[in-house]
Design a protein around this ligand. Structure first.
Ligand code: GCU
Length: 438
């Protein structure tokens, strides 16, 4: 999928435009615009969802009656979702090369750590991504592999001192003590509860990760940095209604990492899952929906713009996410601010577009911002698509009690606790993978 550029060529000086936009958005953030976004609703009795578009209704308005029509229908859904929500990644290829820069053992020799630098290049530019694979050392090929991006750098997923520290942009925050957008050694292992590497390897699975900021920095940079910078011809299209947003950029980056993984001897190329938490859960869904090589897709606490149904307007809403994170989606998505019923799809279509591959959705009971019920229901309303293809999805319209994993080809659980990804979640994902990769 691609988009045309000339109309936008006049935006030549994007660095200046970007700077002005940053000031304007900071100003707006601190003043009136938030006042215009209605307060978030977290009261189930106030939810009025209305009719959801049927993901089995095709381009011509007719219902898809048999499974042979599904591949075309899936393409149609991806087009609708790309056009109106995430935007389209460029159709031009990038060259993908990698080299191993470090290798070692962890957890009493049970884990093999392979650190690589993946280089994406186009005629215009080059981007290096630090990529690390943790594979079970005792087997030649892992049972399967989970690929997910991390939020703070590869050195934060474990305390291991060999893990490389990113040199790309990181967010400043009080919590991390980072003030100059540079990663620090103090953060080693800071996110290790989210990455139970030893446990994953003990169950025979490999896990691979890269820092999301290496792929694209998480701010509105006028389309200059990260993967967007590989295609400077697209800088002039920053305002194009369906140009790729940052989530589409991260998702495209996941596919480039997959290009590498499928060639490694430690990995069974047909058993690689896309996984992600929160904004990276939204990313895993979009990556998995587009790239059939991901044989399982896992969304943890992905909420608005992820697994949660937008029409429920529960917790985070389209207007809020577009206001606070204007760079994540394509400009078209803003048309649906406080206007979700006009969306020609809802997020169950995103789940359905993964069919017939297995997909797992997980929520957390206290994570009302991400709308656990809405996350469940998108799986439920995607179930008829799986059924048409001869598979079982979720068992009932009623979400299960907390801490119980349900479903067949679509899996779901709602963990007791906060917005996070923890060992309990990984255990359910691995049980799900055990079932589908047996
Ligand atoms: C914010 C945002 C969510 C997002 C989350 C995260 O809470 O509103 O949409 O999922 O950040 O990525 O941590």
């Amino acid at each position: 999928m691609t988009f045309s550029l000339p109309r936008f060529q006049r935006l030549a000086s994007l660095s200046q435009v970007g700077l002005v936009l940053t000031f304007v958005s900071v100003f707006l953030m601190s003043t009136s615009i938030y006042g215009q976004v209605p307060p978030a609703n977290e009261d189930e009795s106030l939810v009025v969802m209305g009719q959801l578009p049927d993901p089995l209704v095709g381009r011509d308005g007719h219902l898809i009656a048999d499974r042979t029509a599904w591949p075309k229908q899936r393409e149609y859904l991806l087009e609708l979702i790309g056009e109106n929500e995430y935007g389209f990644a460029p159709s031009q290829p990038a060259n993908v090369a990698w080299k191993v820069v470090e290798q070692g053992w962890m957890f009493d020799g049970k884990t093999k750590r392979t650190q690589m630098v993946v280089t994406l290049s186009t005629e215009a530019s080059e981007l290096n991504i630090d990529f690390v694979l943790f594979s079970p050392a005792q087997v030649k090929t892992a049972k399967g592999c989970f690929l997910g991006l991390n939020f703070q750098g590869n050195h934060t997923v474990d305390k291991d001192p060999a893990l490389r520290i990113p040199t790309s942009w990181v967010a400043n925050s009080k919590e991390t003590g980072i003030t100059d957008h540079r990663a620090t050694a103090q953060m080693r292992g800071a996110q290790d509860t989210r990455w139970p590497i030893q446990e994953i390897n003990e169950r025979g699975y490999a896990v691979a990760t890269a820092y999301y900021g290496d792929i694209d920095p998480d701010f509105d940079d006028g389309f200059k940095n990260g993967v967007h910078g590989l295609f400077p011809q697209h800088q002039a299209s920053a305002e194009h209604p369906s140009r790729w947003g940052t989530i589409a950029g991260w998702a495209w980056g996941m596919s480039r990492l997959l290009d590498v993984l499928v060639q490694l001897p430690e990995i069974e190329s047909t058993r690689i899952a896309a996984i992600g938490h929160s904004r990276l859960g939204k990313t895993a869904l979009w990556a998995g929906a587009n790239d059939n090589r991901f044989s399982i897709v896992i969304s943890n606490n992905s909420g608005c713009g992820g697994a949660a149904l937008e029409r429920r307007n529960f917790g985070e809403t389209v207007a809020r996410i577009n206001t606070y994170f204007p760079h994540w989606f394509c400009p078209n998505f803003k048309k649906y601010n406080q206007n979700e019923t006009a969306l020609p799809f809802d997020q169950h279509a995103l789940i359905a577009s993964i069919a017939p591959r297995p997909v797992y959705i997980s929520s957390a009971t206290k994570d009302l911002w991400a709308d656990p019920k809405g996350e469940y229901l998108s799986g439920w309303y995607a179930t008829p698509v799986y059924k048409l293809l001869g598979f079982k999805g979720l068992p009932s319209e009623t979400p299960p009690v907390a801490d119980t994993s349900v479903g067949d080809r679509i899996g779901y659980h709602n963990r007791t606790g906060n917005h996070d990804i923890l060992s309990f979640d990984w255990q359910q994902f691995m049980n799900f993978a055990d079932r589908h990769w047996k």
